[in-house]
Design a protein around this ligand. Structure first.
Ligand SMILES: [Fe+2]
Length: 378
């Protein structure tokens, strides 16, 4: 049996860890790194704080702040153009999953001839990417720890999933202080995404003993902290637990894969523009109930680490969590019942085509996926 575990070369996890950015940049012999971020982090002065930290070691950083919503090939190209124009020599991803995915993609393209379309799919990158430092500001995607990016082709609108260890950041700086200003609805949605990563990594057919240990720890950290982080945003213990849990969940699913929830969640996002964490939340209780019979011991371990009586209690506990976090349903999000019905066949087809459902402990047929989509509409 061979187990592989791909993680960043160095992970710095602490409140205030961002202060170590300059030391890490110096070790990489950077003099002019490009910080890849979004307008929010630029306009609110958060990127400026990183520039100031780097300036203390005479490192002269520049900022590309054009990552708006989901990253596209156009944004990646614009960041590379700025990198070249300003003679940059390092890449820092800063923000939520979108800036981090953009930065990771730039780093790969600096060392591998594009276009990025060549790298769509699994293990398509020939050479290691340039080193990238990833600094998340939300406790959710785990992108700082993963070897996967999702970039939308600006011309065709196709969402390209690219997975290769070349996309793994060299350094992950996981600093919960950066997440304290996340608004409650965002905290809840990205937090449930992280919990879904942890649960799916643990029950995945591709799990291994190393991802198991990390995934279970992530389940516990996230589940025990998410309500507090949502209701009391300034609670530093909860924010710290969420940030660590999301990072661990990223490590776990990057190496063990996600399963049916993610497979069915992406088409909901594509068809109805539902944020990723929210579409996971819409599916997680029902898909957990559907999957229980195929891996009762696995779900029992998850239930026990969450403090529940047994695995049968897990779907209800996840539903209660949704209620406590005021997560919307498809109907309350504003999706028309008729439109939902009309799109189910296509969504089921796309879910199966993604490959993720094949990792689920109970592998669903197209008919069962259709039923699950019908069941979760409320
Ligand atoms: Fe996710």
């Amino acid at each position: 049996m061979t187990f592989t575990l791909d993680i960043p070369q160095r992970c710095i996890i602490a409140g205030g860890a961002r202060q170590q950015l300059a030391n890490e940049a110096k070790r990489l012999v950077w003099q002019r790194p490009l910080i890849v971020t979004d307008p929010f982090h630029n306009d609110t002065g958060k990127a400026q704080e990183l520039i100031d930290i780097l300036a203390q070691q005479n490192i002269d950083a520049r900022v590309y702040s054009g990552v708006i919503n989901e990253p596209t090939t156009q944004m990646v190209d614009a960041a590379i153009a700025q990198y070249n124009d300003q003679s940059c020599d390092g890449i820092i991803g800063f923000g939520g999953g979108s800036p981090l995915d953009t930065a990771k993609t730039v780093a790969v393209l600096l060392k591998n001839p594009g276009p990025i379309q060549r790298f769509m799919g699994l293990h398509k990158v020939a050479r290691a990417g340039a080193p990238c430092i990833a600094i998340p500001t939300t406790a959710g995607t785990g992108a700082e720890a993963t070897k996967v990016v999702v970039i939308t082709d600006a011309l065709t609108d196709v969402k390209m999933m690219c997975l290769d260890r070349a996309f793994l950041p060299a350094v992950a700086i996981v600093d919960y202080e950066l997440s304290i200003t996340s608004p409650p609805a965002l905290t809840a949605a990205v937090g449930v995404d992280a919990l879904t990563h942890a649960i799916e990594a643990y029950v995945s057919r591709k799990a291994n003993p190393y991802t198991d240990a990390i995934a279970l720890q992530a389940c516990q950290l996230i589940y025990n902290a998410i309500r507090t982080a949502y209701h009391t945003p300034n609670n530093t213990d909860a924010r710290s637990a969420m940030m660590q849990g999301a990072f661990m969940a990223g490590v776990a699913f990057s190496n063990a894969s996600v399963c049916l929830v993610h497979g069915m969640s992406r088409p909901i996002g594509a068809c109805f523009h539902v944020p990723h964490g929210l579409s996971n939340a819409m599916l997680l209780p029902a898909i957990t109930r559907f999957s229980l019979e195929a891996a009762p011991q696995r779900y029992l371990a998850v239930a026990q680490i969450l403090g529940l009586k047994d695995e049968q209690a897990l779907p209800d506990a996840l539903q209660t969590l949704n209620t406590d976090l005021n997560m919307q349903t498809p109907a309350t999000f504003g999706i028309d019942a008729k439109q939902w019905q009309q799109r189910i066949a296509k969504m089921a087809q796309d879910a199966l085509a993604s490959g993720s459902p094949a990792n689920n402990p109970r592998v669903a047929t197209a008919a069962q996926i259709t039923e699950l989509y019908q069941h979760v509409y409320s």
